[in-house]
Ligand binder design. Structure first.
Ligand code: PRP
Ligand code: URA
Length: 200
């Protein structure tokens, strides 16, 4: 289903309302995928008939959306992970150098056992993602505790992140081969943040 949604999200002719609806649906699917790989522990449940040994998510969760585009995925993730704390990282690519610069940071205290979910729907050069991971590692988060969630990533962007941070768990919907001269993903979907927030 996520590839069906992404095919529609890529379409330049959909309006902002449709783009937002599709982003929210995609967020639910991706949040479910994250839930599948989070560490679990046993949970004994009593059904109206008998007992059943079930499971529950073991650790507390911190969600870190990279502003702005990842704000699109935050509401569906909070529906799944209702008690998650949220830390914000504002990163913006300079239009000329395409280097991501941080303009805002507000991260809650992170315990060693916490699972950290970074959200960013687009990985182009991988610069923003790498910066976010580095910032979290500097705060003491182990690579193996980070799940990075994206929608479209480029091959070079993924290679950059996987090479620098081999223990990261990376979830994405599709990988596109190349970047254009402006370091936009080809074919991609354009500028996710601009399409979601209407700043075209
Ligand atoms: C976009 C996107 C990613 C980043 C990816 O953000 O949302 O954060 O670019 O590119 P990279 O992998 O080359 O770093 P942008 O800087 O345009 O800011 P925005 O979300 O506020 O639009
Ligand atoms: N950011 C986007 O939103 N899209 C791209 O293709 C590259 C960076």
């Amino acid at each position: 289903m996520k590839k069906v949604l992404l095919s529609l999200l890529r379409d330049k002719n959909i309006d902002i309302k449709k783009f937002r609806e599709l982003s929210e649906k995609m967020g639910f699917i991706l949040a479910g995928e994250v839930g599948d790989i989070l560490e679990k522990e046993k949970l004994e449940v009593e059904t109206p008939i008998d007992k059943k040994l079930g499971i529950k998510i073991k650790n507390d969760i911190i969600i870190v959306p990279i502003l702005r585009a990842a704000l699109s995925l935050l509401p569906p993730f909070l529906k799944f992970f209702e008690y998650a704390k949220v830390g914000f990282l504002g990163l913006r690519r300079d239009e000329k150098s395409v280097i991501a610069k941080m303009y805002y940071k507000n991260i809650p205290t992170i315990k060693e056992s916490d699972d950290v979910i970074i959200l960013d729907p687009m990985i182009a050069t991988g610069g923003s993602g790498s910066k976010a991971i580095k910032i979290l590692k500097e705060l003491g988060v182990r690579e193996g505790k980070i799940i990075f969630v994206s929608v479209i990533c480029s091959k070079p962007g993924v290679n950059k992140i996987k090479t620098a941070f081999p223990k990261i768990k990376l979830i994405y919907v599709e990988q596109d081969e190349v970047l254009n001269a402006n370091k936009f993903i080809v074919p991609g979907l354009g500028d996710f943040g601009d399409r979601f927030f209407g700043t075209l």
